[in-house]
Design a protein. Structure first.
Length: 435
């Protein structure tokens, strides 16, 4: 099948996500036939460097032989069995290993990020209820925060474009001022700014802790906000304030977990532990939909009871899918065998040097890096240069999807120096031609 035929059939049969479909009258879909490493190939043999890791999920490249082999092996044994009343080796092993890595446990599985958010919110509320505090029903999140788009998750998300239309359906939640250092005063460093922003959280919880179940946030990087980055001091403060006022801290590491922030989990950089940890995206290396929520033992114990309704009666059909768990185990093996966290640290240093011409470019603002994420704003005459960037990127063999005027690189960890140099060179050309 050729490119043209596939995209026409797609427009007729598929409702694409996060898309005004009419836009595709002028913006062609990109029909992808196969992937290899950091590259995607279309049906005519053109290739694109996947600089956004296919919406932040891919870690070790497309068609990774080790993940492929693990899934093939699992496929011959068991593809899926319901996890209520049954169990299987991949789910058990994955739960044990995630517990080892996080110091939390009792992994509860869902199928995608938004369902992990829903699980954490429901668990937090239900914990307080089981503990005789049913009045703790409200949630607090951060300004510009993103936690998914199902009704519950959207209620704590703060991205107007996704939220405003559905506002009448949503339960209100309160947003605290973001610690994203792009909003700091010119003479204020990121840490001082984080401290100042934490004050607002303290005053809010001082007044409202009696009705607040949890604070949910994205540790260190607010992805959908345009890779807004902040100092770990804010997490330390948030942990202390939540402890002081008996409010849960939910770490949504759906995007920043699995090494993306430079440590295995982002909250490690603040030396804290959340009450709930939400994981998805990179968990299967970008292969299969899977999410997990881990929590502390005392929280689990509050559900452990003779009374059925005190238990957490939540489920998804594909909870703990065996193929997905097995892919996740292969991902953890790669982390351990190839010492990925250390390797990425060296890689990020090298990539920062390669990206210097961008950092120093007169049209680039707020150049920033956390772990394997790079981002900056482009001073452009046209508001929202996102589409132009995307189209010009394809002409130069790179897949970029800026968020507004924020251009970001979030490549698979297998990207090498030559590929990263190609990405930087293409981006510099695009800035010249559109800004
Ligand atoms: C992507 C994302 C989600 C939602 O995950 P889905 O799998 O798209 O539902 C939630 N939180 C954060 C921080 C994310 O980046």
């Amino acid at each position: 099948m050729n490119n043209r035929e596939l995209l026409q059939r797609s427009l007729a049969a598929v409702w694409h996500p996060c898309t005004q479909m009419k836009q595709h009258e002028t913006l062609p879909l990109v029909p992808i036939a196969r992937g290899q490493g950091a590259w995607l190939y279309d049906c005519d043999g053109n290739r694109y460097l996947d600089a956004v890791s296919s919406w932040w999920v891919n870690l070790f490249g497309h068609c990774n032989p080790r993940i492929n082999d693990a899934i093939k092996d699992q496929l011959e044994k068991l593809e899926h069995v319901m996890l209520a009343g049954f169990t299987h080796q991949p789910a058990v092993e994955l739960s044990e290993r995630l517990a080892q890595l996080s110091g939390l446990g009792h992994a509860f599985y869902g199928s995608d990020g938004a369902s992990a958010t829903e699980i954490a919110l429901k668990m937090s509320f239900h914990f307080w209820r089981n503990r005789g505090q049913p009045g703790k029903t409200r949630f607090v999140s951060l300004e510009n925060g993103y936690h998914g788009e199902t009704i519950g998750a959207l209620s704590v998300t703060d991205v107007a474009l996704f939220k405003d239309t559905y506002a009448p359906l949503l339960r209100t939640s309160v947003q605290m001022p973001t610690p994203d250092w792009r909003y700091a005063h010119a003479d204020e460093n990121a840490q001082d700014f984080a401290l100042r922003r934490a004050q607002a959280l303290r005053s809010h919880l001082e007044q409202h802790h009696g009705e607040t179940a949890a604070l949910i946030l994205e540790p260190l990087v607010q992805g959908a906000a345009g890779m807004g980055m902040y100092h770990p001091e804010y997490l330390r403060q948030a942990r202390a304030i939540c402890d002081e006022f008996q409010v849960h801290l939910i770490a949504d590491e759906i995007a920043v977990g699995f090494g993306r922030s430079g440590t295995f989990f982002a909250h490690e950089q603040a030396g804290i532990q959340p009450d709930f940890l939400c994981l998805s995206k990179g968990i299967t290396g970008g292969y299969l939909p899977l999410s997990a929520v881990l929590t502390r033992d005392p929280i689990y114990q509050a559900f452990y009871h003779d009374e059925t309704a005190k238990g957490f009666l939540h489920s998804h059909s594909y909870t703990g899918n065996a193929l997905a768990c097995r892919a996740a185990l292969a991902v953890l093996d790669i982390f351990a065998e190839d010492k990925i966290i250390a390797a990425n640290r060296a890689k990020a240093e090298l990539f920062n040097r390669i990206a210097d011409p961008l950092r120093l470019h007169p049209k680039v603002r707020h150049f920033r890096n956390t772990g394997m994420i790079w981002a900056f704003e482009v001073a452009s005459r046209t508001q929202g240069c996102s589409r132009q960037f995307f189209e010009e990127g394809l002409k130069r063999q790179v897949l970029l999807r800026p968020i507004g005027n924020t251009v970001y690189f979030m490549p698979p960890y297998v990207v090498d120096a030559d590929e990263f140099s190609h990405l930087v060179a293409a981006t510099l050309e695009i800035i010249e031609c559109i800004a």
